[in-house]
Design a binder for this molecule. Sequence first.
Ligand SMILES: NC(=O)C1=CN([C@@H]2O[C@H](COP(=O)(O)OP(=O)(O)OC[C@H]3O[C@@H](n4cnc5c(N)ncnc54)[C@H](O)[C@@H]3O)[C@@H](O)[C@H]2O)C=CC1
Ligand SMILES: N[C@@H](CC=O)C(=O)O
Ligand code: NA
Length: 919
Amino acid sequence: MRGLAVASPLPPAAAAARRWPRASFSGRETSTQCWKYDLSQDRSLGGSLRIGQSQGSLLRHHSTNLLRPAAAAISVEQDDINTYLPKGDMWSVHKFGGTCMGTPQRIQSVADIVLGDSSERKLVIVSAMSKVTDMMYNLVHKAQSRDDSYMIALEEVFEKHMAAAKDLLDGEDLASFLSQLHSDVSSLRAMLSAIYIAGHATESFSDFVVGHGELWSAQMLSYAIKKSGAPCSWMDTREVLVVKPSGPNQVDPDYLESENRLQKWFSRQPAEIIVATGFIASTAENIPTTLKRDGSDFSAAIIGSLVRARQVTIWTDVDGVFSADPRKVSEAVILSTLSYQEAWEMSYFGANVLHPRTIIPVMKDNIPIVIRNMFNISAPGTMICRQPANDNGDLDACVKSFATIDNLALVNVEGTGMAGVPGTSSAIFSVVKDVGANVIMISQASSEHSICFAVPEKEVAAVSAALHVRFREALAVGRLSKVEVINGCSILAAVGLRMASTPGVSAILFDALAKANINVRAIAQGCSEYNITVVLKQEDCVRALRAAHSRFFLSKTTLAVGIIGPGLIGGTLLNQLKDQAAVLKENMNIDLRVIGITGSSTMLLSDTGIDLTQWKELLRKEAEPADLANFVRHMSDNHVFPNKVLVDCTADTSVASHYYDWLKKGIHVITPNKKANSGPLDQYLKLRTLQRASYTHYFYEATVGAGLPIISTLRGLLETGDKILHIEGIFSGTLSYIFNNFEGTRTFSDVVAEAKEAGYTEPDPRDDLSGTDVARKVIILARESGLTLELSDIPVKSLVPEALAVRSCSSADEFMQKLPSFDEDWAKQRSEAEAAGEVLRYVGVVDAVNQKGQVELRRYKRDHPFAQLSGSDNIIAFTTSRYKEQPLIVRGPGAGAEVTAGGVFCDILRLASSLGAPS
Ligand SMILES: NC(=O)C1=CN([C@@H]2O[C@H](COP(=O)(O)OP(=O)(O)OC[C@H]3O[C@@H](n4cnc5c(N)ncnc54)[C@H](O)[C@@H]3O)[C@@H](O)[C@H]2O)C=CC1
Ligand SMILES: N[C@@H](CC=O)C(=O)O
Ligand code: NA
């Protein structure tokens, strides 16, 4: 070891120019001719720089990383300084994969990116041109299967590279590349011919052949860089990178030997830009080998570590690491930073980040890796480093990303004989190991009565069979009750370093899953708390992923809305949604998207949201034939939004008959349609039981009193323990309007027509006049109060003359036309009441004490509250244990487009609030 004494007073700047990385040199002369070198700024130095003290006085303080010349000279090892750390700035390492090197134009872009990096020293790792590695493996495969078309295949490889070189290079560079290519192809021909004859290729033969893809791409790139006049060499990393096999398809770098060889290489080739081959390496015995899967990333990380790079940039064709697979979650976002551990976890879970082993070499030296898009240079990419920079203390920021693994099976080993028996889990997992299955997660309840683990579905049969053999006796005598296999499972993992120290993260995750109606089958969280893993049904997995992702990454509550029946109420609702959407998003963090509208003849579908400013026009022009089953499928299959609601704005019984199935699918239901709640009792009870037992919501405030808070008031009373005695009121906006306005100035039929025109009536006004609509409301309130009544239990006084009833008069229009012929009868009834100082009012009654309901036309004194109404007013009086002397009264317009649509809208917001929106 030769020591080089640098005699004082060598000016620090001169020393820097000769040997030290310029940018990070912070030397200063002192009166005693000492200077400091601040290593904390300089990752290219660090632990492995051997600073000798033999002839001098430069001390490196271990904790502060300061070099301190104690006397007037420093001593360093000349080999280290002059070869390992040649002059210049710190290293910047880049890696370009096969896609980036796919065409001559792309190789030229790579050259431009490298030249655009202002770091003084650059090491560029490249993969073979895209598809070339496969072509090379195919050559070996053909040759060893004695398929002589390997010759033609080799020719194709040659042609591909020759064509690329001709596009990219010219003059001497082209000539010298082509001559090398010729010579390599001749060697390959010889090698492949030997393989052909032997009918076998050893691993090193195969690795030798395959590695040529990288040799050629590295040379081409280095010539392309040199064209611009920048000094550039290329490196065959088999000369420097030494690895040893460490398992099937796995190698470990020999850092010491590689570092030695790298130093020697640098001493021979001092260029400032070096293009090195990714993927390939050699053994300590100089036998060519490869770094196996994701080899080029690994090469970049190892070399980055060997040169203590400032940064390793992995160039690819995506803008960075996404918060979730963007193919599954279209609203996934690019993460600006990730910690090493987070990247590690994510790559384990299949996120297309980096293989975990790629991270290890740089992690130990705290070198950041940046993932960037070579096709979108303006995107800053994702930096993987020790400390996440955007660690802002926000609860939601604790979870960085979500990942999933499909095609898994859960194995559940259960039995009382497991508790407190040491060795049970060891026995289980040694069986699993013996069949060579890969355990993806393990969960054991602390009661120790069961242990469950997930394995790939294709391995579960072998695992199950082996467990049954191993535990035959325990199963026979009942120490174990079962070895159960649950197929069709997936894993959803939430990854984030700060989950460890932040309470409430898992609560948010599970809350989001519950609200999306997803059943969790098993849970695992390691002590590291970098990830929370849940096992669920594979068919639920994408929905779960979206629910969790949107809860943590999107506006707090996103809700996909499907509108059925864009008539008066549905249409008004759509307009209200259009007007209010921006305010909701801005002020309440609620993102409502109408992704479908269906009428009875046409429907309009969208995956991300219909433009509500022109829904009518779109429904006319771009709609397809209505099909409720397809409409519902469109909702349930939607991959963008985890929470969905169907809003039934029809008066249709058959639409209402589907609510149960929709709720079962996890789709919430909101409706002003009275048919479901006033239909057959058993169906109503089934619906409510399902709804109460699930996290799926069913809201129907507008079925009684339109937008007036009738259902919610009743619920409030009941849920706080009040007892309903009696509910009485005017429940029909139409009939209220009619009797409020039928005062002798207009005919009865005119007033009915006005009510219809005002939008108070049902689609068929006979539903109002027959008392059926009121009876339905009475039934809804009675059932809500716990009474088990059928519609047929309610005696109803119909106001529809027999001759105009549905059975005698086919359409609503015909009914309206014929109604005037009964005006005289009505005028008579009104005058009689008036003569007695009374008014006619059509009332509904729920008699909770006697478990009865009633609907009738009554006469009230002019000073009675029911006689004081105007317009379409409803009035509902609740007499309860608490409101016994004076009833609780709700009064106001109980029909009409705006108030009814407003009531439905209110239910939508109530739903959003139950899903987590701020209230
Ligand atoms: N008008 C009001 O003041 C109030 C109405 N309601 C309820 O609101 C609902 C709607 O009433 P309106 O809008 O006034 O009726 P409407 O007749 O104006 O609208 C109903 C719409 O549903 C469509 N439709 C019917 N069957 C369908 C099916 N199977 N599939 C798809 N679309 C279908 C119709 O084509 C029509 O566009 C009714 O259930 C009514 O009882 C509730 C409270 C107040
Ligand atoms: N037609 C109904 C509308 C509300 O349910 C009424 O008149 O009350
Ligand atoms: Na209401």
